[in-house]
Design a protein around this ligand. Structure first.
Ligand SMILES: [Zn+2]
Length: 571
């Protein structure tokens, strides 16, 4: 842990660590020469602090919640659906909601996946700026033959090497907080948390980062394993990865005090819901364990007398669905005459197609961006029974552009398709069924990533001194609003405007005013032999932020049916 941020932060808030008290004072019992040296040391320290304040940007920080001491804890329950928050299954979270604010209409960014939402949550900007759309992408500059997992350390490092440090396209809130002199601790039982803070000893020094049993700085892991044992296997039940990571957060990562900002990311209930479907007995048990870990964190805050000065936000990265049937889009495109692959054995030629499945959404990259091949892919998708909503880089009949949904990042695919979903129920009675592209999971198991309303609604509950008490926020909110709100609460102004908004309506402290609220609906159709393809997308705009509610599509047998379908989707 660098002293840079810590010292600058203290200086800015006028605080002084009790263990350090007297370091900057001159004792009455010092000799003249000692007094001179003390003054010199004091001046040197002050100039270092002032230098750090300037270079680390703390002087430019503006106060949102004021200069009072404040801690913020953001805890992510991966894949938690809002409809599973209850007194029975999540007693600690339920109680927290009663004390604070329950956000009734919270949204992930699309794609409703972990890594994209981890990046959006961390940066407060749309995926087109944040730069990571999906868990798995084809990034030829990183690997020309095989899709990469966007959260892996080696991918992140290579991504930064080929983009001069812009693998994540905007500064993260953790980076901004550290530059402004705030202490941060980031811990997650899965790799996504690396995207929140991938710094390795630069600028104001690294924060503390624990991701999937690895650490930055790297030697920190020894301290953790000496105390808590080795990082458990993924299926360990006695002490799960989430239990271990929460333990590591409490001790040793919080042993020197709860920092200004803590970001904790749990693996559950995502893992159990993938294996057994949302609402299964195993998934409900995993939700209960996530709640137990929340209770442990809250208990430490209580024991240290910090609940009155700590804002706690519990959020999930995306919703969840059940797989209605497994399909193989690469094989289907190949059968349709396209040269489609899930990996290349040698550098691909123009016109070859890379299909990258991400569960209920699929990214399709056409080598050389050949317009005729793109058209063939779109034609196929518009006749395919599994297509939900089709996006393309360039405008085409019966698609939306990637730019329309803020997805047109530098590495974006040529075609993106969200698979078709229904509100039907699974065996456990949980609504939300969706097709899934080839993956390790099959029919009846869980998946997400689509524009289904069940994937596109997730959970946010927040309580603490800066949040209103016992209210339900009915306004649409999203994961993109987490970073702007955290920065506001900690009084740090980002260098550039963020795309998300401060959740003013939920706060007891003043924030930017809510100026606009506008439900939106777009649709697109394309004629097909004997009928048409039709798709729609519903969203709401608040203060210039677009929140996507749901989108789907279907084939219609005649032009008359197309018109009727268009009317029906408006209702
Ligand atoms: Zn996730």
């Amino acid at each position: 842990m660098s002293d840079c941020g810590r010292e600058a932060g203290r200086a800015m808030r006028g605080e002084r660590d009790e263990h350090d008290s007297g370091r900057y004072t001159v004792s009455n019992f010092l000799s003249g020469r000692e007094i001179y040296e003390s003054i010199l040391i004091t001046l040197t320290r002050l100039s270092v602090i002032i230098f750090l304040l300037i270079t680390c940007g703390a002087i430019s920080a503006s106060a949102g919640a004021g200069e009072k001491p404040r801690h913020v804890v953001v805890m992510v329950w991966d894949g938690m659906r809002p409809d599973f928050v209850s007194e029975k299954h999540t007693p600690a979270l339920y109680q927290l909601a009663r004390q604070g604010v329950e956000f009734e209409d919270h949204h992930p960014s699309y794609l409703s996946l972990t890594e994209g939402n981890g990046t959006v949550m961390s940066t407060g900007v749309y995926p087109e700026r944040a730069g990571v759309l999906a868990d798995t992408e084809y990034r030829p500059a990183i690997d020309g033959l095989t899709p990469v997992h966007t959260e892996l350390l080696e991918v992140v490092r290579k991504g930064d090497a080929v983009t001069r440090g812009h693998y994540v396209g905007a500064p993260t809130m953790v980076e901004l907080l550290r530059k402004a002199g705030r202490r941060t601790v980031v811990a997650g039982s899965k790799g996504v948390i690396l995207l929140a803070d991938r710094t390795e000893g630069e600028g104001c020094g690294p924060g503390i980062e624990l991701f999937a049993g690895q650490t930055l700085p790297t030697n920190l892991i020894n301290t953790i394993t000496n105390l808590n044992g080795a990082f458990p296997e993924v299926d360990a039940e006695q002490i799960s990865r989430d239990d271990w990571t929460t333990s590591a957060l409490i001790n040793p990562l919080w042993s020197n005090g709860v920092p200004d900002f803590t970001f904790l990311w749990l693996n559950e209930p995502d893992h159990a819901q993938h294996e057994t479907g949302p609402g299964s007995a195993q998934s409900l048990a995993a939700i209960r364990k996530a709640d137990d870990n929340l209770a442990r964190v809250l208990q430490v805050l209580d024991e240290r007398g910090l609940r009155d000065t700590t804002d706690v936000m519990v959020v999930s990265d995306h919703g969840f669905s059940t797989i209605s049937a497994m399909v193989d889009l690469a094989e289907s495109l190949e059968r349709a005459g396209l040269n489609a692959r899930r990996g290349f054995s040698k550098p691909p030629a123009p016109g070859e197609v890379m299909v990258v499945g991400n569960g209920a959404s699929v990214l399709i990259y056409v080598i050389g961006h050949d317009a005729q091949v793109v058209k063939k892919v779109v034609d196929y998708l518009q006749g395919w029974k599994c297509s939900g909503v089709i996006f393309t880089k360039n405008a085409m009949p019966g698609t939306f552009t990637l730019a329309q949904v803020h997805e047109d990042s530098p590495g974006a695919p040529d075609v993106l398709v969200s698979l078709r979903w229904t509100a039907e129920k699974n065996d456990a009675g949980t609504p939300g069924m969706v097709y899934s592209d080839l993956s390790q999971y099959g029919a009846g198991q869980g998946i997400h990533a689509s524009l289904s309303r069940f994937d596109m609604h997730n959970m946010l509950i927040a309580a603490g001194p800066d949040f209103r008490s016992g209210i339900i926020d009915h306004l649409p909110t999203g994961n993109m609003d987490i970073a702007p709100t955290v920065l506001w609460l900690l009084g740090v102004k980002p260098p550039k405007d963020l795309d998300g908004r401060v959740l003013t309506e939920a706060l007891t402290v003043p924030g930017p005013k809510i100026k606009s609220y506008e439900p939106g609906h777009i649709e697109s159709s394309a004629a097909r032999p004997g009928g048409a393809w039709h798709q729609y997308l519903n969203f709401t705009e608040v203060n210039g932020v677009d929140y996507y509610d749901e989108g789907n599509g279907y084939q219609l047998r005649s032009a008359l049916a197309a018109r009727e379908g268009a009317e029906a989707s408006k209702r």
